[in-house]
Design a protein around this ligand. Structure first.
Ligand SMILES: Nc1ncnc2c1ncn2[C@@H]1O[C@H](COP(=O)(O)OP(=O)(O)O)[C@@H](O)[C@H]1O
Ligand SMILES: [Mg+2]
Length: 268
């Protein structure tokens, strides 16, 4: 089984990067081999895993540019991927220059397929490839959707939670019908859930009503350890393994694996 999952939501601050990093680490801790690709020029997933961005000579951008310009000697994903402190987890980092990729992609041939083509030779070496996408419906995000088998949508348990969701799902359907027929919505992750507040509970119910069984059973609680972990360059599962946040991401990882196995089994 090799599954490419894109973590997407065009809203910023909803927990995409946090989910991409901690879910990747929790999947690796289950003994799976995982590649996390940082597709956001802010590079938060990169720094969250303790990688100094200014010390990097190459990043995802170098590989995208080589793919766009058909440069056989340019770096591949294998060249730009790094080991992390987590056994089984590799990272393709992003530096600020990834911001320029949007322009380069705009004039590229089959511009929506660039990441998909980059992943093709490496994806089979991993059980899971996770893509952390930017907070927009840009070409980089469309590249994530075109490269993915499934998408995970983190939804923050806040007042405007469902705002923008129908727009996102429309783009997903467009990509599915024109570029990537095997794309599916794999699941919705409730993030920053605070069971003590009425608002969080209401939003969670609303999301469950709207998205049904697509919503993962495990909500990710609002947890201070989750927000502290990136400044230590560690996933929360290492920073504080017994915290509520670490426990939730471990449970979510198990749910994701079960759902992926059921999905691939049903299609086989
Ligand atoms: N479950 C959580 N508990 C507490 N803080 C969180 C949680 N999830 C995310 N955060 C914090 O919220 C902010 C936005 O999260 P992030 O994952 O960067 O969102 P996005 O990638 O969607 O922009 C970050 O400062 C992060 O540390
Ligand atoms: Mg992010």
């Amino acid at each position: 089984m090799s599954r490419v999952l894109a973590v997407v939501n065009q809203k910023g601050g909803v927990g995409k990067t946090t989910t991409a990093v901690n879910l990747s680490a929790a999947l690796a801790d289950l003994g799976l081999s995982v590649l996390l690709v940082d597709m956001d020029a802010q590079g938060n997933a990169t720094t969250a895993l303790g990688i100094e961005r200014h010390s990097l000579e190459q990043c995802i951008y170098s590989a995208l540019v080589a793919q766009i310009s058909d440069d056989d000697r340019g770096p591949t994903l294998a060249h730009v991927s790094l080991d992390t402190g987590i056994h089984g987890l590799k990272l393709v980092p992003a530096r600020m220059d990834l911001a320029a990729a949007e322009l380069e992609l705009a004039s590229a041939l089959a511009r929506e397929m660039v990441l998909r083509r980059l992943l093709a030779p490496v994806r089979e070496s991993f059980d899971f490839v996770l893509l952390d996408s930017p907070p927009s419906l840009s070409l980089l995000t469309v590249n994530c959707l075109t490269a993915a088998d499934g998408i995970l949508i983190p939804i923050q348990c806040e007042y405007y939670a469902l705002e923008g969701l129908s727009q996102l799902l429309r783009v997903v359907r467009m990509v599915e019908s024109s570029l990537n027929p095997s794309l599916s919505l794999q699941g919705v992750v409730l993030t920053m859930y605070d069971g003590r507040t009425r608002l969080s509970r209401d939003v969670a119910n609303e999301v469950r009503r709207h998205m049904g069984a697509k919503t993962y059973r495990t909500p990710i609680p609002r947890n201070i350890r989750i927000s502290e972990a990136p400044s230590h360059g560690l996933p929360v599962t290492r920073y504080d393994p017994e915290s509520a946040g670490a426990r939730a991401y471990r449970l979510l990882a198990k749910e994701v694996v079960q759902r992926e196995e059921a999905w691939t089994g049903a299609r086989a």
